[in-house]
Design a protein around this ligand. Structure first.
Ligand code: CAA
Length: 388
């Protein structure tokens, strides 16, 4: 077994760390407070090739491997989870369906501008009444009698980057002009066309600089050329994409946990109580030991999932198990570690003067989006038992 990073992976890790610590970390608190979308720093991330890191260069990306993507996500999220979310949506949720299932024309038209960071992309699966039970979606795409286009009606909620996206991958129940159901299909929509309406920006507990909104499609007409994959293949596309996205969220979780741990470790060496640094107390050392161990276990699960993603691509196997295990363990670790880091800081951890309370708020979403912990356990449990 080889645990060392390649030279290229080390290079990307180093570049992402340097960029994140110098350009993102100093503005993170300000953008968290205002809830504004960090346009300038996202553009700067795009210039470094971070918006389509696994996308081949001919489609506007950097042509790197899944491990490089995970390493970049850890570094960006250690500086600010909101930036991590924005970057991950462009890379995995928007980029993957086009890269894996798109036609050559779709890649040129819809992948190039997003992977190069010229515009933002989004992914619209969830609806007001269907979150975990994604197949229960109600959005409808009715195919015209001549087969040239679809008319889409329906609402999608919690759309990350929805307020700023130019293109959105949307899933809908398709049917023929005669009303016959043909299953769920995937489409890429131009958000600037008539019939695409964005709702108000959601005020959120954490990742506040990542913009989220509901979208509504009202008689939105989309040409058949914008359907990704076959009619009825949409749910499998959505799930395949989440197998990729969950690695990104797991990496984001490691980044948040790493930042919280680093702050707690430093504080435990400096802060004195009862005449000693609090880091000399067993109660604090035990916390730090568990934090460090869980973070490193999470990191290994993330890197394993990223590594196996590349292997699965060669064999055609699914990477679902490793992606779900990484997402489950790393997200719960981020929540637990950021909680412990606040506790070690005491009152200072509760104050907005330090980033600890932000790590704590940001960590929570990792246990919810791209499949809750309950869904990850269900996925892992089904795969392990072969039962449902
Ligand atoms: N890859 C490919 N195909 C898959 C798959 C996968 N990982 N998982 C399931 N499928 C296929 C199955 O093989 C099956 O195909 P057949 O009909 O041909 O047999 C089909 O999909 C249906 O599968 P299931 O019966 O397992 O489906 P289900 O209805 O029981 O649901 C689920 C499965 C895992 C619970 C799924 O609904 C799920 O993942 N739910 C969570 C949704 C989610 O993560 N939402 C997050 C939204 S995105 C987000 O958060 C974005 C953001 O803004 C950051």
């Amino acid at each position: 077994m080889e645990f060392a990073l390649t030279q290229e992976q080390e290079m990307i890790q180093h570049a992402a760390r340097e960029f994140a610590q110098s350009e993102i970390a100093p503005i993170a608190a300000e953008f968290d407070e205002s809830g504004e979308f960090p346009e300038a720093s996202i553009k700067a991330a795009a210039e470094l090739g971070f918006m389509g890191i696994e996308v081949p260069e001919e489609y506007g990306g950097s042509g790197m491997d899944p491990i490089s993507y995970a390493l970049m996500m850890i570094e960006i999220s250690a500086a600010d989870a909101s930036h991590g979310t924005i970057v991950s949506v462009n890379n995995s949720l928007y980029g993957t369906p086009l890269l894996e299932f798109g036609t050559e024309e779709q890649k040129k038209k819809f992948l190039v501008p997003v992977a190069s960071g010229e515009v933002n992309g989004a992914y619209a699966l969830t609806e007001p009444q269907s979150g975990s039970d994604a197949r229960a979606m109600r959005a409808r795409a009715v195919r015209s009698a001549d087969g040239s286009h679809y008319v889409i009606n329906g609402s999608k909620s919690w759309i990350t980057s929805g307020p700023v996206a130019k293109y959105v991958v949307v899933f809908a129940q398709t049917e023929t002009a005669d009303g016959e159901s043909t299953g769920i299909s995937a489409f890429v929509l131009d958000a600037e066309q008539p019939g695409f309406n964005r709702g108000k920006k959601e005020p959120k507990l954490g990742i506040r600089a990542s913009a989220t909104c509901e979208i509504e499609m009202k008689d939105y007409t989309v040409p058949v050329e914008n359907r990704i994959g076959d009619e009825g293949q949409g749910f499998k596309i959505a799930m395949t994409v989440l197998d990729v996205g969950r690695i990104g969220i797991a990496a984001q979780s490691v980044g948040i946990a790493q930042a919280a741990y680093k702050a707690a470790l430093e504080y435990s060496r400096e802060r004195k109580a009862f005449g000693s640094a609090i880091g000399s107390f067993q109660a604090i050392q035990a916390k730090l030991a568990d934090m460090k161990t869980r973070i490193e276990a999470s990191r290994l699960l993330v890197l394993q999932a990223a590594w196996s993603k590349a292997q699965c691509k060669k064999t055609g196997a699914k990477n679902t198990l490793n992606a779900s295990m990484a997402k489950l363990f790393a997200s719960e670790t981020a929540m637990w570690v950021s909680h412990q880091a606040v506790q070690i800081h005491g009152g200072m951890g509760y104050s907005k003067e330090l980033p600890l309370e932000r790590y704590f708020r940001d960590a929570k979403i990792t246990e919810i989006y791209e499949g809750t912990s309950e869904i990850q356990r269900m996925v892992i449990g089904r795969l392990e038992t072969g039962l449902r």
